[in-house]
Design a protein around this ligand. Structure first.
Ligand SMILES: [Zn+2]
Length: 737
C-alpha cells in the first residue's frame, strides 16, 4: 500500500485511510452487530440480557466477550446508526420495565447509564455495577476520542484489568489505561509515574497521538526523551528531539511552527534529498536565518543544484517580492517564492538527465522566471509528449506535474518499442502496450473496467481502463525489476495489476466532523503540498494477495500526478509505486500454490528476517513478524523500529512490510542509495530476488560508497546471523520444531 499523504489535509483523515486498509488486510475481523440480545449464530456474543430484576443487573448483563479485541471492527460499529437506533429502542423498553414514569429524571438517568454502558460494552469493556451514570459517560467520552483500533483495544484491555482488580475511581482507571498505552510504546513504567502521571488525561492522549504521528515507529524513544508539564511543552520538546535525531543543529533557535514544518519536510523526502536539505537548513540556521519559508526556499535551491541546475540558472529565475505579490496576492512573497521553488524542483526532479537538460535549456532560452516557469515547462512537456508519441495521445487535461511524469516515462522506454506501439488511436496503443507487457514479463494486465481481478466488490466500481501513461510507467517498472528481461520468479504467472481511479469511502473511527484545531498534530498543508493536481483515489497503489497466494496490485490515478519527492531522483512516482507494490508481492504471500498454513508461516518468517536487519520489534522487544497471536497488525504504533536511519522513507517507517516495499524501488533503481542505507538489507534483498546484481556489480556499488570487499563480507555474515536467529527471536513456531 502507498498512501497519497498530500491527499489528506489532516492527520485524522490519514489515520482513517490507514485504518481502512489495515482492516482490508486482516482475515479475522469481528463485527459488532448487536448490543443487547443474543443473535442466533453470532459467536461473538456470550451474554444475554433476558433476565434482570434491577438496573445494575441490566447494566452488567450487556457485557460482551470478544475473542480478540484487536480484531474487532470498531469503525463500523461506531458508524452503525441503525444499531444505535435499535439499541436505544431496546434499552428504553428494558429500563421502562423498572420505571412507571418514562418522563421522570430517574428514568432518563438510568437510560443514559445503560446506553453509555452499551457503548463501552461494544468496545469490549466489562463494566461493573458500581459505575454510575456520570462515570459511564466519562468513560464513554474517553473512548470516543480514541480514533485508532490499536488504542481502543489496548485501553479496553487495561480498563478490564483495572476493573477486575477492584479499581473504582474513573480518573485512576483512565490514568492506568494511559500508562499501559505509553508503556506499550516502550516508555518504562517508572518513567511514566515520574514524568507523566500528574498530567491531564487529555494531554496524555494528545502527547501519545503526537508521538505516533510524528515519530513514525520510534514513539518509545521520544517519549523517553521528552520533557514538560503540559501537552504544548511536550510537543515543543519532542519536535526538537526529533529534529536533533535527524542531525539538525540549532533546533532551539526555531519556533514550533518552523520545527514542525521542517519535520514534515523530512517526512516527505527520500534519504539523499533529506541529506541535502539538512545540510542547507543547518547552514542557514547557523547564519541566524529562522524564517521557515526562507529555509525551505534555500533547501530546495540546494536540491535543484544537486540535480544539475546551475547557480546562474537559479539567479536567472529570480523575481522580486513585488512581482510575487502581484502574481499571488493572497500569499506572502516569501511563501510564494518557497512554493514556486518547490514546484520547479518537483518538475525537474522527475526527469531523467537528458530530458532535464533539454527542459533547463528551454527555461534559459525563453528567459523564464520563477513565476512563469511552471507554465513554460508545461508547454514544453506537452510538445515533448507529442514528439515522443507521434501526436497520438491527448494531453490537454494534464497539469504540469503529470506532463513531467509522462515525459520522463516516455523518454525511458526503449525507442524501438515506443515507435512500434505509438501508432493509431490511444485505445489501440493501450492494447498493444498491454500485450507487450504481458508477453515480455509474464504478469497479467487486468483490462476489464468495472470488475476487480480478485472479485473484490468494493474495489470493482473504481477499476478503469488503463491510461497510456499508466502503462508506460508499468512497462518501465517491470523493465527495471527484470534481470536480462526476466522478473523475479515469484511474480511470473502469479500477479495481476489493475488500474483504479477513486476509492470507496474510509469508515472513520471518529464520528462527526473533526475541526482541524483539535487535531494535536496539525494540518498537513506545507508550502507546495497542494501545488499539483491530485488523483481521486487518495492512494498511489495497493497490493492484495488472495487466498491462494496470487498477488493483485492496484495502481491508482494519484500516482500519475504526484511528485517523486520520496522516490529516487529521475524515477516517476508511478514507476516507484509499482515497484513498491510488487515489492510487497515479493515479500508477502509465500510460495504460490502452497497451502495456507505453509504460506502464512513463510510470510511470517520473511517479515521476521527483514525486521531483524533494522531491528523492528513488538512490545516486550519481540522481533516483529506481522502477527501478535491471532492478530495481524499493520501500522501499529507499538511496533517500533530500532534503526530508523536504515529505513528509506518516513512512509517506510510506518510498518516492517512498508519498510521492505519502500526499500525496493531504491534497490532496483538507485542501488547506491539502497546500499548506503544498509548493506545487509541490500544483500538480503538481492538474494531474495535471485541475485539481481551479480557479485561484480555488488562490489562496484560498494566501491562507490567506499565499502571494501571485507566490509561487504562482514555485512553478509552479520545479515546471515540475523536472519538465522530471526524466527526464534520472533517466537514463530515452525512446524518442524
Ligand atoms: Zn505499501
Amino acid at each position: 500500500l502507498k498512501l497519497n499523504r498530500s491527499h489528506s489535509r489532516n492527520q485524522a483523515q490519514f489515520q482513517a485511510r490507514l485504518e481502512a486498509q489495515r482492516q482490508a488486510r486482516r482475515s479475522n475481523i469481528e463485527e459488532v452487530t448487536d448490543l443487547s440480545t443474543v443473535a442466533a449464530g453470532n459467536s461473538l456474543f456470550k451474554s444475554s440480557v433476558d433476565n434482570f430484576s434491577n438496573i445494575d443487573e441490566l447494566v452488567v448483563a450487556g457485557n460482551q466477550s470478544f475473542e480478540n479485541l484487536d480484531n474487532v471492527d470498531f469503525a463500523t460499529f461506531r458508524n452503525n446508526k441503525k444499531l444505535g437506533r435499535k439499541t436505544l429502542k431496546e434499552v428504553e423498553k428494558q429500563v421502562g420495565r423498572l420505571h412507571a414514569d418514562r418522563t421522570s429524571p430517574e428514568f432518563k438517568r438510568d437510560l443514559s447509564r445503560v446506553l453509555n454502558a452499551r457503548y463501552l460494552q461494544g468496545h469490549g469493556i466489562q463494566v461493573e455495577a458500581h459505575l454510575d451514570a456520570k462515570e459511564m459517560r466519562d468513560l464513554r467520552k474517553y473512548f470516543q476520542k480514541e480514533t485508532s483500533t490499536y488504542n481502543v483495544a489496548d485501553a479496553a484491555r487495561s480498563m478490564n484489568a483495572s476493573l477486575e482488580a477492584g479499581l473504582e475511581d474513573v480518573g485512576e482507571i483512565k490514568l492506568e489505561a494511559e500508562k499501559y498505552l505509553f508503556t506499550e510504546r516502550g516508555l518504562p513504567a517508572e518513567q511514566f509515574d515520574e514524568r507523566f502521571a500528574n498530567l491531564k488525561i487529555q494531554d496524555l492522549a494528545k502527547i501519545r497521538d503526537f508521538s505516533d504521528a510524528w515519530s513514525t515507529s520510534q514513539g518509545g524513544k521520544f517519549l523517553r526523551l521528552t520533557q514538560g508539564e503540559s501537552f504544548n511543552q511536550h510537543r515543543e520538546s519532542m519536535s526538537r528531539e526529533m529534529l536533533a535525531s535527524y542531525g539538525y543543529q540549532h533546533v532551539n533557535s526555531v519556533d514550533l511552527d518552523t520545527a514542525l514544518s521542517l519535520l514534515r519536510d523530512i517526512d516527505s523526502e527520500g534519504p539523499r534529498t533529506n541529506d541535502t536539505i539538512r545540510e542547507s537548513v543547518n547552514q542557514s540556521l547557523a547564519e541566524g536565518e529562522k524564517d521557515y519559508f526562507v529555509l525551505n526556499t534555500r533547501a530546495n535551491q540546494a536540491v535543484l543544484r544537486d540535480i544539475g541546475v546551475t547557480q546562474s540558472e537559479l539567479d536567472g529565475l529570480e523575481v522580486s517580492d513585488k512581482a510575487l505579490a502581484k502574481a499571488y496576492p493572497d500569499d506572502e512573497p516569501r511563501e510564494s517564492r518557497a512554493v514556486r521553488t518547490k514546484v520547479l524542483r518537483d518538475l525537474l526532479r522527475a526527469l531523467p538527465l537528458d530530458e532535464r537538460a533539454v527542459a533547463r535549456e528551454q527555461l534559459t532560452e525563453t528567459g523564464a522566471n520563477l513565476i512563469n516557469s511552471e507554465a513554460t515547462l508545461s508547454a514544453h512537456f506537452g510538445e515533448r509528449i507529442q514528439e515522443l508519441t507521434g501526436n497520438s495521445v491527448k494531453i490537454n487535461k494534464m497539469g504540469a506535474m503529470q506532463r513531467a511524469n509522462f515525459t520522463s516515462a516516455l523518454s525511458k522506454m526503449p525507442k524501438a518499442l515506443r515507435l512500434e506501439v505509438f501508432t493509431g488511436p490511444s485505445k489501440e496503443i493501450a492494447n498493444q502496450l498491454e500485450k507487450a507487457i504481458e508477453s515480455q514479463f509474464g504478469i497479467e494486465v487486468h483490462r476489464q473496467a468495472g470488475t476487480a481481478p480478485d472479485g473484490n466488490k468494493s474495489v470493482a466500481p473504481f477499476v478503469k481502463d488503463w491510461t497510456v501513461q499508466g502503462l508506460v510507467d508499468l512497462y518501465n517498472a517491470m523493465n527495471g525489476m527484470a534481470k536480462r528481461g526476466k522478473l523475479p520468479e515469484t511474480l511470473i504467472g502469479n500477479s495481476t495489476i489493475a488500474y483504479v481511479e477513486g476509492a470507496s469511502e474510509s469508515p472513520s473511527m471518529s464520528v462527526g466532523p473533526q475541526p482541524i484545531v483539535t487535531d494535536p498534530v496539525g494540518p498537513w498543508d506545507r508550502p507546495g503540498a497542494f501545488a499539483h493536481d491530485s488523483g481521486k483515489s487518495g492512494y498511489y497503489g495497493m497490493c492484495a494477495p488472495d487466498s491462494t497466494g496470487h498477488d493483485t496490485v492496484y495502481f491508482c490515478d494519484d500516482a500519475l500526478k504526484g511528485t517523486n519527492a520520496d522516490s529516487a531522483d529521475t524515477i516517476t512516482v508511478g514507476e516507484s509505486t509499482i515497484i513498491h507494490e510488487f515489492g510487497h508481492a515479493i515479500q508477502l504471500g509465500g510460495t504460490p500454490g502452497a497451502d495456507t498454513e505453509t504460506r502464512t508461516k513463510e510470510q511470517q518468517v520473511a517479515m521476521a528476517e527483514w525486521s531483524a536487519l533494522s531491528r523492528w520489534s513488538e512490545p516486550d522487544e519481540v522481533l516483529a513478524d506481522g502477527v501478535m497471536g491471532t492478530f495481524e497488525y499493520y501500522y501499529d504504533p507499538t511496533v517500533q523500529v530500532g534503526k530508523r536511519r536504515e529505513v528509506a522513507t518516513s512512509y517506510g517507517a510506518s510498518d516492517p512490510c512498508e519498510d521492505f516495499a519502500e526499500y525496493a524501488p531504491y534497490f532496483f533503481k538507485a542501488p547506491d542509495v539502497a546500499m548506503e542505507l544498509s548493506a545487509e538489507k541490500f544483500l538480503y534483498l538481492n538474494e531474495m530476488v535471485g541475485g539481481f546484481y551479480n557479485k561484480e556489480q555488488v562490489r562496484q556499488v560498494g566501491h562507490q560508497l567506499g565499502l571494501s570487499r571485507s566490509d561487504l563480507q562482514r555485512a553478509e555474515e552479520t545479515m546471515r546471523q540475523k536472519i538465522a536467529a530471526a524466527p526464534g527471536e520472533a517466537q514463530i513456531k515452525l512446524r518442524s520444531a
